[in-house]
Design a protein around this ligand. Structure first.
Ligand code: BG6
Length: 482
């Protein structure tokens, strides 16, 4: 029996209805105006790493078409737009001299958004680390990145802080660190848990240092965006319940506890020590992480799905498996961490073609769990449906499946707000179609169709989908008319 409300509270008047993107996935122009190369510019050229060898060299050419995109955002009535800045446009080598052209590009974009009454929400880091820093000191594995990251963030605060009031520090640290150092499916393509936890700890320090610097010198709000998939146990067997608790701690609290409280969960620390893979934490590290000025003002939540797990005994335990990157439904494999948990099928949920669970109630649960564990406002920085879309000869796209997905998720947010969770905004993934890191261009998320595919860039023409007009109505009625 669900907890039903007699009457739902209204969405707050200043609720940030918006959409989101990331530089590498939309901009293209990967070598223009002095931009340096990022680790993704290099990684996509390794054969077999991305779907059909796709890359973001051109992406959806937002670098040249941003004004057209902003006009479409205004047409949809967006109140906010979350985008990321390419570190390599600001500092082509990651540190050293800033690029005037790079600073100007984002300044113009911010001005254009504001001129259209759209609030810019800026992500400082969405995975495109300067290759120069990877080469110089192995990127996130060196403490040298901490001052470089803070200096980069400071440059953004100084140049845009007069106009940007919401900042996201790191996008999905759990994803880029685990894919980069455990699954080898993101750069630097390492499979080594010890290196993973060491790099992750350094990323935590960089995040805390930048957050602290911001709070000391600027006004506004800052927080990380975290990819949170609440975990269910497959059934009431206590061993499976324990596996669910393991997964929740291992996949989520390990990151969110650091952001909100500055310490790692004890159970995971113990487990890491047993395995000899615990990161080194100095007294200075502990002091920085615990500094009240390093606390986020909100928890950014990227929500796509829940996870369901069961026990995974150490003896012949199941290890991590690659994800379905083809869109062939039903090809996902069992995956887990021996001794902690492994995936299980949830018979109550349908899935996307990429085998992601579709679970709007899970979003309400995610919001409530964050609220009760961390007592922070939540900014939903991503949520959306990756699907195959069909461009009709009339240039229409009838994506009723996406409308259904988003409608159910907006209802879940509405219910969570009525449960007492403070939700400040919702930026869907994504505004235009864009490059999916590992899944090419066929896995589409946008309200606006971009006419290109893996092989052919065509004209990159933009066509609003049916969901575009649906969202316009949702925003115009502040979430009343779904
Ligand atoms: C999030 C990322 O993990 O999910 C986005 O922040 C990404 O950059 C999105 O595109 C959807 O994932 P995918 O793998 O379907 O592109």
């Amino acid at each position: 029996m669900k907890m039903e409300h007699k009457k739902l509270k209204s969405f707050p008047k200043d609720f940030l209805w918006g959409s989101a993107s990331a530089a590498y996935q939309i901009e293209g122009a990967y070598r223009e105006d002095g931009k340096g190369l990022s680790v993704w510019d290099q990684f996509v050229r390794i054969p077999g790493k991305t779907f059909k060898g796709t890359n973001g060299d051109v992406a959806v050419d937002h670098y040249h078409r941003y004004h057209e995109d902003v006009e479409l955002m205004a047409k949809a009535g967006l109140k906010a737009y979350r985008f990321s800045i390419a570190w390599t446009r600001i500092f082509p080598n990651g540190n050293g001299e800033a690029s005037a052209a790079g600073i100007k590009f984002y300044s113009d974009l911010i001005d254009d958004l504001i001129a259209h009454n759209i609030e810019p929400l800026v992500t400082i880091y969405h995975w495109d680390l300067p290759q120069a820093l990877q080469d110089e000191y192995q990127g996130w594995e060196s403490r040298q990145i901490i001052p470089d990251f803070v200096n980069y963030a400071k440059t953004l605060f100084e140049n845009y802080g007069d106009r940007v009031k919401h900042w996201v520090t790191l996008n999905e640290q759990n994803v880029f660190i685990q894919h980069g150092y455990l699954m080898a499916s993101h750069p630097p393509a390492v499979k080594d848990p010890k290196r993973m936890y060491a790099a992750n700890h350094i990323a935590n320090l960089a995040n805390a240092a930048a957050t602290k610097y911001f709070h000391e010198h600027f006004d506004g709000e800052i927080g990380p965006s975290f990819a949170y998939s609440p975990v269910y146990a497959v059934n009431a067997d206590p061993e499976n319940q324990l596996a669910a608790d393991n997964a929740e701690q291992f996949n989520s609290y390990y990151w969110m506890d650091i952001y909100a409280y500055g310490h790692y969960p004890d159970a995971i620390r113990q487990w890491q020590e047993e395995q000899g893979i615990a990161p080194e934490i100095t007294a200075e590290d502990a002091a920085l992480l615990a500094d009240p000025l390093a606390r986020p003002d909100f928890m950014g939540l990227n929500y796509y799905q829940t996870a369901t797990v069961q026990a995974n005994p150490l003896a012949d335990g199941i290890g991590l498996a690659p994800e379905n990157t083809t869109g062939k439904k039903g090809t996902k494999q069992e995956s887990g961490i021996p001794g902690l948990f492994k995936s299980a099928t949830n018979d109550y949920l349908q899935t996307t073609d990429w085998d992601w669970n579709i679970d709007p109630v899970g979003l309400r649960i995610a919001l409530r769990r964050i609220n009760s564990r961390y007592h922070l406002p939540v900014l939903i920085t991503e949520n959306g449906l990756g699907a195959f879309d069909t461009l009709e000869s009339s240039h229409e796209i009838h994506d009723d499946y996406r409308i259904h997905f988003l409608r159910e998720h907006v209802k879940a947010i509405h219910e969570a707000i009525s449960d007492g969770v403070q939700v400040v905004g919702y930026t869907t993934w994504s505004f235009t179609d864009l490059l999916s890191w590992l899944n090419g261009y066929q896995k589409r998320y946008g309200f606006v169709y971009v006419d290109r595919d893996e092989q052919d860039e065509r004209e990159l023409a933009r066509y609003p989908k049916d969901s575009f007009y649906w969202y316009e109505q949702v925003i115009a009625t502040n979430g009343e008319d779904l």
